[in-house]
Design a protein around this ligand. Structure first.
Ligand code: HEM
Length: 369
């Protein structure tokens, strides 16, 4: 029988994909006494993510992400007023500049994670939120602490507390003297005559940091890895940069930065006709759904021309990733710049991220071509 433990054989090895395949075939809906329920097929992962009446997101403290309707609708429309695709498109020039600056300063022994994929999204978010330049070092230390799970010389709890205190002060300053940044816009946003409370504003800022940085870092890292493994695709993209958008969607499917999301079963929730106990935790394996042959022909093939490509890497339904346009834009700009350089990944020294939920590499060392 296949192991039910996400720490089992499939993930103990570097890649979770063989384990996903076995689970899809042998136990696509599995109940584990310790870890709760897990779903692996596209047709089950999709409803768990999107049917909020059966599967609740109210279990954590990440504001919007951990809220159900009706409050979710209000919060989401407040923040999406400010975080619009247009706001994001306007950042393109700035993202290009930051990328060019980081690539010019690449050290003699570059690590693309440390030298590009980590600083790029952090700098963009800091700019968007209007974090004063002199505070960006501190900002980076907090996000490093959160991203590395306390491995950056600061416990996660301390980083969160300091961030909350910092954002609290910044909000008060923006309330009295608004600027043209996202925090000022959030402070002023209204829906049905209501605005965000102070603690909702703070948790949204923290959520942007946590949800937006590491995921984008991993999208860029995973894209470099995919193109290094598929030199023909890289060569084609050098000739046809218009194919980059589709290539990034394929990276999102093939190596999804977030492999799974949690939900809590509400009373009466069913999966494939089976009723779940109310309150049961459910883990929806996005990374497995994105390799399901029922949805994607030849799913283990990396194909930048794949069409259609309805992957679930950004979730689905009311919680669909708010930052998807920003992540896609940053990845497009970074990859366009990288494809112009003769960079070769030193695969011998690759280090994978040790996590079931987050999929990416910790380092991406390069050597001369
Ligand atoms: C490749 C990069 C990214 C990936 C793979 C990703 C993935 C996801 C996923 C799977 C969800 C849905 C969670 C759920 O259903 O419970 C989500 C939600 C969210 N993401 Fe992203 N994300 C990325 C980048 C970003 C960025 C750059 C930002 C912001 C700057 C961001 C902000 C958010 C927010 C605020 C939510 C919550 C939306 C809601 O609950 O209504 N994400 N993301």
């Amino acid at each position: 029988m296949a192991s039910l433990d996400p720490g089992g054989p499939g993930l103990a090895a570097a890649e979770p994909f063989p384990w996903y395949r076995r689970m899809r075939e042998e136990q696509p809906i599995s109940a584990d006494p310790r870890r709760g329920w897990m779903v692996f097929r596209y047709r089950d992962v999709q409803p768990v993510l999107s049917d909020h009446q059966s599967f609740s997101s109210e279990f954590g403290d990440l504001g919007l992400l951990n809220t159900d309707p009706p409050r979710h609708r209000q919060l989401r429309s407040l923040v999406s007023q400010t975080f619009t695709p247009r706001t994001v498109e306007q950042l393109a020039g700035q993202i290009e500049q930051i990328t060019a600056g980081l690539l010019e300063r690449l050290p003699p022994e570059p690590d693309l994670i440390r030298d590009l994929a980590v600083p790029l999204p952090i700098t963009v978010i800091a700019g968007l939120l209007g974090i004063p330049a002199q505070d960006r070092e501190r900002f980076k230390r907090w996000s490093d602490a959160v991203v590395t799970g306390g491995g950056a010389g600061m416990p996660v709890r301390q980083a969160r507390e300091e961030m909350q205190a910092y954002f609290g002060q910044l909000l008060d300053r923006r309330r009295s003297r608004p600027g043209s940044d996202l925090i000022s816009a959030l402070v002023q946003a209204r829906v049905d005559g209501e605005s965000l409370t102070r603690s909702e504003l703070i948790s949204f800022c923290v959520l942007l940091l946590i949800a937006g940085n590491e995921t984008t870092t991993n999208l860029i890292g995973n894209a470099v890895l995919c193109l290094d493994e598929h030199p023909q695709a890289a060569a084609e993209l050098r000739q046809r940069p218009d194919l980059l958008e589709g290539a990034i969607e394929e990276v999102l499917r093939y190596r999804s930065p977030i492999q799974a999301m949690f939900r809590i079963a509400r009373p009466g929730a069913t999966l494939d006709g089976q009723e779940l106990p109310a309150g049961a935790p459910v883990l929806a394996w996005i990374g497995s759904a994105n390799r399901d042959p029922e949805q994607f022909p030849d799913p283990d093939r990396f194909d930048i021309h794949r069409q259609p490509n309805h992957h679930l890497a950004f979730g689905q339904g009311i919680h669909f990733c708010l930052g998807a346009p920003l992540a896609r834009l940053e990845a497009r700009i970074a990859l366009r710049a990288l494809l112009q350089r003769p960079l070769v990944v030193d695969r011998e020294r690759l280090e994978r991220f040790q996590s079931h939920i987050v999929y990416g590499v910790r380092t991406l060392p390069l050597r001369a071509a």
